[in-house]
Design a protein around this ligand. Structure first.
Ligand SMILES: NC(=O)c1ccc[n+]([C@@H]2O[C@H](COP(=O)([O-])OP(=O)(O)OC[C@H]3O[C@@H](n4cnc5c(N)ncnc54)[C@H](O)[C@@H]3O)[C@@H](O)[C@H]2O)c1
Length: 257
């Protein structure tokens, strides 16, 4: 309990899935939470739930593919709570498919939503973190960011880019007492999961593809969003105060299978 007491956490993509689980968990652990999402209804509802349960949260509608939105996210967080201790850029979308099926628009979307959210979100938070004596940065990558995913190369390169970005921040800003890590989830049972599985329904049904994934996971089941939130809490808290530059699979062992 209270592992984030008096801290302020900004979490993108926290209107749903693992981000929503984490926003509620971080609040129960004492954090003030900035719920950030493109989907205003979903994000506002998570912030309302936190406030109704006795926590403190605001919602900011942001497209993580736009630097101006990310700057506003930082400005509104500072205006509401005065500081940011933890930034988790977690917003994301499912992959766009094989190279032959990927349009320029889909490619740009993959790179902007995933990478700009990390790069420009951190850029605008940096002066505030330096002023406050440090902070923790976390990005949601994927096992597809650790190993090539020919089924969706644009997703794979965007997620691997987040791994390198976290390590650039870890290396470049350790002197500012800023830590940066990534979580690399395997298959997680969130509202996004069916979109990953629905890529070629005429060739393989989402149910059969899901079963094939489960069979590849050594621990033998899909991951739950709360299990990603637990790992994020650890990495954002002082329990991990000497952990930086780490790419942590939370994947039931999938990456070594
Ligand atoms: N579910 C999985 O199996 C899995 C596996 C590996 C990695 N991931 C990654 O985990 C992260 C969270 O995914 P999830 O499974 O919880 O999905 P989710 O769909 O439940 O949640 C993602 C949230 O991101 C928001 N979002 C999408 N585009 C946005 C944008 N441009 N700006 C702001 N918010 C935006 C959505 O509205 C949604 O609320 C994503 O980055 C995803 O790529 C998911």
């Amino acid at each position: 309990m209270n592992r984030l007491q008096d801290k302020v956490a900004v979490i993108t993509g926290s209107g749903s899935g693992m981000g929503a689980s984490a926003a509620k968990l971080f609040s129960r652990e004492g954090a003030k939470v900035v719920v950030v999402d493109l989907n205003a209804d979903a994000g506002q509802s998570v912030a309302d739930d936190i406030n109704k349960s006795g926590g403190e949260a605001i919602f900011v509608q942001v497209d993580t593919g736009k630097e101006a939105d990310l700057k506003r996210m930082v400005d509104e967080s500072i205006k509401a709570f005065g500081r940011v201790d933890a930034y988790w850029h977690n917003a994301g979308i499912a992959g766009a498919g094989a190279i032959s099926e990927t349009s320029e628009e889909e490619y740009d979307l993959q790179l902007s939503i995933h990478l700009k959210g990390g790069f420009f979100g951190f850029k605008h938070l940096l002066p505030h973190m330096i002023k406050n004596g440090g902070g923790s940065v976390l990005f949601t990558s994927s096992v597809s960011g650790l190993k090539p995913s020919p089924a969706s190369p644009s997703y794979s390169i965007a997620k691997s880019g987040l791994n390198i970005l976290a390590q650039c921040i870890a290396l470049g800003h350790g002197k500012d007492n800023i830590r940066a890590n990534t979580i690399c989830p395997g298959p997680v049972e969130t509202p996004l999961w069916p979109s990953f599985m629905n890529r070629n329904p005429d060739i393989i049904s989402p149910e059969v593809l899901t079963q094939k994934f489960i069979e590849r996971v050594p621990l033998g089941r899909l991951i739950q969003p709360e299990e990603i939130a637990d790992a994020a809490l650890f990495l954002c808290s002082d329990d991990a105060k000497m952990i930086s530059g780490v790419l942590l699979p939370v994947d039931g062992g999938l990456v070594v299978a």
